[in-house]
Design a protein around this ligand. Structure first.
Ligand code: SF4
Ligand code: SF4
Length: 304
């Protein structure tokens, strides 16, 4: 490589979109080769955004800042935090996949389980593709989830957490806020998967059009809904939040079901992500308005 190729936020968006359209890995591996994904949302966050140190306090000290993960893995390219950008994307579930899982009462539909496995394989390939393209263009980059030392850590507050959370990266990059069930509610809803890459590149950050990390969930914003509580077959969601251990055990049980019923090695659930008001969009009207106008709303008054 001889020189740097100029890359912008728009060119990175186009890179991701093109990979979704053109990659043969974008498949559910069904007989008629349905694609796993057909669109994306992309956002950017600065490596020096104070939110990363807040995550250290809220999630745990083990959660990497972008600077930490970059310097562990790209040590031959020194960088300060403010020279780094976190590129985050959302892959919203397609309508027919959501529709199929809406009918499920205990275990996932075949389509949903296929996305959990083959759709995520595509997401891994997308991370690698973004890193490789950035590197070939002259920008050092790393996909935190694919680093050898990414790990799951026991956490007193959350049962367990990880050294890099894709959902937290997406939240930092203006792509959504957390729901009662812990899922990230995005402009295309909560039924989605997400990925990210940290790179030494300067891209203006995406504005976070929310006043707090739960602003797009009806339960926290308006004191209503709670539909995800009833959707969960494992009783892992209550008004107190999401019990990760119960959820994990249910996902484990789904492996046998998927193998016996759909005849492939897979798993999944996501019942709390469909058949709920946040399935495919932002359910809070004021939040939708904020996104439409681009004006960040003030913090909501305390609920009575
Ligand atoms: S179903 Fe309702 S309570 Fe649950 S995350 Fe979505 S908006 Fe929030
Ligand atoms: S993924 Fe399934 S088990 Fe886990 S919280 Fe959602 S509905 Fe419950």
């Amino acid at each position: 490589m001889t020189g740097k190729i100029n890359m912008t936020g728009n060119s990175i968006r186009s890179l991701i979109e093109a990979f979704i359209v053109e990659s043969p890995l974008n498949t559910m591996q069904t007989r008629n080769s349905d694609p796993a994904w057909d669109q994306s949302l992309v956002g950017f966050a600065s490596g020096s955004d104070p939110i990363w140190t807040q995550y250290k306090e809220y999630v745990g000290p083990f959660h990497w800042t972008p600077w930490e993960v970059f310097n562990q893995n790209c040590s031959d390219t020194p960088a300060n935090a403010d020279q780094l950008t976190v590129i985050s994307w959302i892959l919203p579930q397609r309508q027919d996949v959501r529709k199929s899982n809406r009918k499920s009462g205990t275990y996932p539909s075949e389509e949903w389980a296929r996305i959990r496995v083959f759709g995520e394989e595509f997401n891994v390939a997308l991370r690698l593709h973004v890193v490789k393209t950035l590197q070939e263009s002259g920008y050092a980059a790393v996909a935190p989830m694919l680093t050898p030392n990414w790990t799951i850590v026991k956490s007193q507050r959350f049962s367990y957490a990880s050294s890099w959370s894709e959902r937290h990266a997406a939240h930092a990059a203006g792509l959504g806020t957390f729901g009662l069930c812990d899922g990230l509610i995005t402009q295309k809803g909560k039924a989605m998967r997400t990925g990210s890459v940290v790179a030494k590149i300067s891209i203006p950050p995406t504005q976070r059009l929310y006043s707090d990390h739960r602003a797009w969930c009806l339960f926290f914003a308006e004191g209503t809904c709670g539909k995800c509580i009833d959707r969960c077959p494992a009783r892992a969601i209550t008004e107190a939040g999401h019990d990760k251990e119960k959820c994990r055990q249910h996902l484990q049980r789904s492996r046998e079901y998927v193998k016996e019923t759909y005849k492939f090695e897979g798993y999944g659930c996501g019942l709390c992500q469909v058949g709920v008001p946040c399935e495919a969009g932002i359910p809070v009207k004021a939040a939708r308005e904020a996104v439409k106008t681009g004006i960040k709303p003030p913090p909501p008054p305390p609920l009575a």
